[in-house]
Design a protein around this ligand. Structure first.
Ligand SMILES: [Ca+2]
Ligand SMILES: [Zn+2]
Length: 420
């Protein structure tokens, strides 16, 4: 009796399992058929869904990076916060070299960084809107006296990094940086997804510069030193200051995240005597890109880091920080602006960013501060932020003040960190 009953139960069980398996197989088959139908008959919808799924996956892997507690880096609270002496505006132009993080003249997030060494200038990005072109060029004109920007880098195809290259038309005169100056070498992103108007305008501006004698290379050409491109450019005669194109996995691989296409460069100063120092610029590279950047390059500890992606929670990961251990960080953003989010913790510079960088340094500076986003009002925070090397010593000058982020009223009202 007992065995009979058992046999009946196991037969029932088997039938049930077979039914479930049949249902699962049918669902999979239907999904495959649906995907094939979309792929062959509605390719646009197919690719749209594919991109969405890919983006969701990327977002998921990002969450893994940011929520992990177990990869706590060795850094201890503000361990690298060596004081940086305050400099004088009058000394910047004649200093050995200088790095300028520019205000962009509006309430929007964006990047524009000027590096100057003698008569050689490097301009990394020109955000945040077309109208920023006049703000940026007014600033450049204080330092560039030969009318030529020897190097221009466009990190990725987003408006807040390239709009100032395009600029506006002012009574028939184009104000864009690529129209206004003689350009030596342009190093640009290898990949892009966007086909926005500003991207097309940027391409036209680059072509204009090219017709006037500029050389245009992609970061990939630089990395492999193809077609006359180089991965390392000397910015001074004795070759002690070099601009080095780093390898980013996404120069050669596709991603749904435009930011991960960012051109990444390392500025290295290696004087004959004394310590070498390094300065890192990663555009809007995200956590995934940073992970590859660490794996694929021998990154040194850095004197200065341009805070990843305007101080976003999705960049400046523990993995990158534990390698570069920055002494100073400049963040290009309009602090507290609700341009991308209404969550006050996630406006730039985000609380998550501060939680991570505070382990390494309290020397964090921010260009601009939002007063009222809807009204379009803003003020300088530190203003234009300038780090420069004079007599082999790093100095800091800012157009508004050199107050560290942690000591600002904005910070005290909106963020926590750097507890004593
Ligand atoms: Ca020049
Ligand atoms: Zn950006």
């Amino acid at each position: 009796m007992a065995t009979k009953k058992k046999g009946r139960t196991s037969a029932k069980k088997k039938r049930f399992i077979a039914r479930v398996a049949a249902v699962i197989v049918t669902i999979i088959l239907l999904l495959v058929i649906a995907a094939l139908v979309l792929y062959f008959f509605f390719p646009e919808t197919f690719y749209k869904l594919y991109d969405k799924a890919k983006a969701a996956y990327l977002e998921y892997t990002k969450t893994l990076y940011y929520d992990s507690d177990d990869d706590d880096p060795e850094g201890t609270e503000g361990v690298n916060s060596q004081p940086v002496p305050e400099g004088e505006l009058a000394d910047i132009a004649t200093s050995q070299f200088s790095i300028h993080f520019l205000q962009l003249g509006n309430k929007y997030t964006g990047d524009s960084t000027l590096i100057k060494c003698g008569d050689t200038e490097v301009l990394i990005d020109a955000g945040s809107r077309k109208s920023s072109a006049s703000t940026i060029s007014a600033y450049i004109d204080q330092y560039c006296t030969d009318g030529t920007l020897e190097y221009v880098i466009a990190t990725h195809a987003h408006q807040d990094h390239i709009a100032g290259f395009v600029g506006n038309s002012d009574g028939g005169t184009k104000t864009g940086i690529l129209y206004r100056y003689n350009i030596g070498t342009i190093i640009e992103f290898s990949g892009h997804n966007t086909d926005s108007q500003i991207y097309k305008d940027y391409v036209a501006a680059t072509e204009f510069a090219e017709e006037r004698g500029a050389t245009v290379y992609t970061a990939t050409q630089c990395w492999y030193e193809r077609d006359g491109a180089s991965k390392s450019y000397a910015l001074n005669d004795d070759g002690t200051l070099t601009l080095n194109v780093l390898y980013n996995y996404y120069y050669e691989n596709e991603t749904a995240d435009e930011n991960d296409y960012s051109v990444c460069v390392l500025l290295s100063y290696t004087p004959a005597e004394g310590e070498a120092s390094h300065y890192l610029f990663t555009g809007d590279l995200e956590g995934d890109g940073e992970s590859h950047l660490v794996d694929d390059n021998q990154l040194p500890k850095v004197k200065l880091f341009k805070g990843g992606h305007h101080g976003s929670k999705t960049s400046t990961t523990d993995k990158l920080l534990s390698v570069i251990q920055p002494e100073n960080i400049a963040v290009c953003c309009c602090a507290g602006a609700t341009e991308y989010t209404d969550n006050p913790d996630n406006t730039f510079p985000t609380q998550a960013f501060i939680d991570r960088v505070s382990k390494y340094t309290e020397n964090v500076y921010v260009t601009t501060m939002c007063i009222d986003y809807d009204a379009g009002t803003f003020e300088p925070m530190n203003g234009d932020i300038v780090f420069y090397i004079d007599e082999n010593q790093l100095k800091l000058w800012c157009s508004n003040n050199t107050t560290k982020l942690k000591d600002t009223e904005w910070f005290k009202a909106n963020r926590t960190g750097w507890t004593d």
